[in-house]
Design a protein around this ligand. Structure first.
Ligand code: ADP
Ligand code: MG
Ligand code: MG
Length: 248
């Protein structure tokens, strides 16, 4: 069973300290919701774990099954089993969805899947997410609706089967149908599976469909409260105001 351990993580962007001592442990089979107001540093945490060069780790540790994640390149992190679905996926004209996914699968698994096998896998994944077959030939993220981008991220999850998946605002901009499909995808991976899920979100809405085992409230660069699913209900009722005041 895999475990991602974040200890006293401090991260700066352009010399400004954004993360101010984050402690968080996510294990396979668990779903964690990290919730907080805009600008509290949730995406910064995701990018720092993924290895984005703009984010400087000033102190603290991140390990995956004891291995020092921060010493790995971005590629090595993906191969080690870390997956990040970005809040704002990039458009890549000229690269089709199926080519992108086959390259990603090849990079993570260390060998190219046979085309016939991959095509089957891709079709099964797309069917599960109610994605139209024509989607596979489109250019990556080009002109994708919000819902298509997010379904595509979950499709990546299905194919890459990471040890730890970090989903940054995967619920933003989704209509109810898309939210349900995306949530079902998340549920297939969390809850007793081989993947640990860190679901980053600003809204409590997705938590009607995804039941997290743990909820962490993020404010001003650190976790300020932790609990079970009931904490999400409290956030839905009371919002974040009371945390942001306490941290101002
Ligand atoms: P959240 O995801 O919770 O909305 P972010 O991690 O995106 O928060 O941002 C946290 C803070 O860090 C904000 O004040 C934001 O302006 C700043 N920040 C994040 N990324 C950058 C960046 N690349 N350059 C400059 N400032 C940044
Ligand atoms: Mg500290
Ligand atoms: Mg964000």
């Amino acid at each position: 069973m895999s475990t991602l351990e974040i200890r006293d993580l401090h991260v700066s962007v352009e010399d400004k300290e954004i993360l101010r001592g984050v402690d968080l442990t996510v294990s396979a089979g668990e779903t964690h919701a990290l919730m907080g107001p805009n600008g509290s540093g949730k995406s910064t945490l995701a990018y720092a774990i993924a290895g984005h060069p703009k984010y400087t780790i000033t102190s603290g540790t991140v390990t995956l099954d004891g291995e020092d994640v921060l010493a790995l390149t971005v590629d090595e992190r993906a191969r080690a089993g870390l997956f990040l679905a970005m809040q704002y996926p990039v458009e890549v004209p000229g690269v089709s969805v199926s080519n992108f996914l086959r390259s990603a699968v090849t990079a993570v698994r260390g060998e190219a899947p046979k085309l016939r096998v991959f095509t089957k896998e891709l079709k099964a994944g797309m069917d599960a997410l109610a994605i139209d077959a024509a989607f596979a030939t489109r250019n990556l993220n080009e002109g994708f609706s919000g819902g298509e981008k997010k379904r595509h991220e979950i499709l990546q999850l299905e194919l890459l089967k990471p040890k730890i998946a970090i989903l940054d605002e995967t619920d933003s901009g989704l209509d109810v149908d898309a939210l349900r499909v995306v949530s079902e995808g998340v549920n297939r991976f969390g809850a007793g599976g081989d993947t640990g899920v860190l679901l980053i979100t600003h809204y409590t809405r997705i938590l009607r469909y995804v039941k997290p085992d743990f909820v962490h409230v993020f404010s001003a660069g650190r976790i300020v409260e932790e609990g079970g699913p009931e904490l999400a209900d409290k956030l839905e009722a009371e919002g974040y105001e009371h945390y942001t005041k306490a941290n101002a």
